[in-house]
Design a binder for this molecule. Structure first.
Ligand SMILES: *[C@@H]1O[C@H](CO)[C@@H](O)[C@H](O)[C@H]1NC(C)=O
Ligand SMILES: [Zn+2]
Length: 372
């Protein structure tokens, strides 16, 4: 009984310290940039995504391979899975178009899937069928690249934190937290946006996950309810974005994200020139009950998942035109977003004190610069 009480007490303490912990100024300063990896022609992260990648085409397969290869080479501890479906579309007649969502997960090594609450970092990787040759650099090649960079930037800190927890025997006292990347397929309409001609991948994944239960006695009943926050990035990468806070229930998360942006700016770490913050609505108090901008969150939100939608209003001027290509990206803005997302993941996962120093990717970037 005493042991039980002690354990109960320890659990309470653990839950108290498990709160979202801000990163120190030093950690923010040491966060790695992506440097050459965001080069639109040669960058190992971004360049391979800047091709037409309509579902079911060779371009789509090439980008899928890029994700799989990049993670298995650079981040082998992240588990990569596919969730596939097919659907007819109003533009492709009887043909069943294949849609492939890519799910990349890093959980604490001692956990069972049903016991981990996950921060989901989400972007769609398909590109629009028309206009022919459309690249979709902001829509959403650059957001995919930001997420890859963020994953790489927290990878070592996650290992260190989890190793330390195992070494000191503090596992199992706290809520278990993981990170999950969802690269979704078939977000775009084939003809024009309707409920059935859009969100092909997201609708299939949300439905499947909602109806696939975890083992009995799991903390989370399904892979869907394991998502503690669905952080959706879209239409990011042009300069001076204005991203509102759309949802009251996740305004606290918006405030955390915006707080990180403000700190990066006041520390002089941001690279973009801006008249104001990307995330200016920290003080918003009146929210309209709505689904916000139609996007991949809809089928998840309809099933009760909490969503933070990072999408500018107004949309970028290049939206759904041939001008949404690599050349029209503002790379300093892409870098800033990547850093904001990285720091958010770091705070969410309580990684302060576990980041490597000095960051090895920054060193690599410097090496590359001296080579040039
Ligand atoms: C899903 O489809 C992709 C091709 O888009 C293929 O590489 C992969 O093996 C498939 N995975 C499953 C689990 O069916
Ligand atoms: Zn689009």
């Amino acid at each position: 009984m005493a042991a039980l009480l002690l354990r109960f007490f320890l659990t309470l303490c653990a839950l108290r310290v498990a709160a979202y912990t801000p990163l120190s100024d030093k950690t923010l300063r040491n966060l790695p940039g992506a440097g050459g990896d965001f080069d639109i022609k040669t960058g190992s992260i971004l360049a391979p995504i800047l091709i037409p990648r309509v579902p079911g085409t060779p371009g789509s397969l090439a980008v899928q391979e890029h994700f799989v290869d990049w993670f298995s080479t650079n981040l082998p501890k992240w588990n990569v899975e596919f969730q596939n479906s097919t659907s007819t579309t109003p533009a492709t007649g009887e043909r069943h178009v294949p849609f492939a969502n890519i799910i990349i997960t890093r959980d604490p090594p001692w956990t069972k899937p049903g016991d981990v609450g996950r921060l989901a970092l989400v972007a769609h990787y398909d590109s629009k069928l028309t206009p022919v040759g459309f690249i979709g650099a902001t829509d959403s090649a650059a957001p995919c690249a930001m997420i890859m960079h963020a994953a790489r930037s927290v990878d070592e800190a996650l290992s260190k934190k989890w190793d330390a927890m195992q070494a000191e025997g503090s596992i199992g006292l706290d809520e278990e937290k993981g990170v999950q990347i969802l690269f979704l397929d078939g977000e775009e309409a084939f003809l024009s946006w309707t409920d059935s001609d859009s969100l092909y991948g997201a609708r299939s994944l949300a439905e499947q996950w909602d109806s696939t239960p975890h083992a009995a006695m799991s903390t989370y009943h399904t892979a869907l309810s394991s998502i503690t926050l669905f952080l959706l990035l879209d239409l990011l990468g042009t300069s001076k974005p204005h991203v509102p806070s759309y949802f009251q229930t996740t305004h606290w998360a918006y405030q955390n994200l915006a707080g990180i942006e403000s700190r990066l700016r006041s520390l002089g770490i941001t690279q973009s020139t801006s008249d104001g913050n990307f995330l200016p609505e920290t003080d918003k108090s009146v929210f309209h009950n709505s689904w916000g901008v139609q996007d991949d969150h809809i089928p998840f939100m309809a099933r009760g998942v909490e969503v933070l939608h990072v999408i500018p209003t107004p949309f970028p001027h290049v939206w759904h035109t041939m001008a949404d290509d690599g050349e029209h990206l503002d790379i300093p803005t892409v870098e800033d977003w990547a850093k904001i997302v990285t720091a958010f993941v770091g705070e969410w996962m309580d990684l302060e004190g576990y980041f490597p120093e000095p960051p090895k990717h920054a060193r690599r970037d410097q090496d590359r610069k001296t080579e040039l």
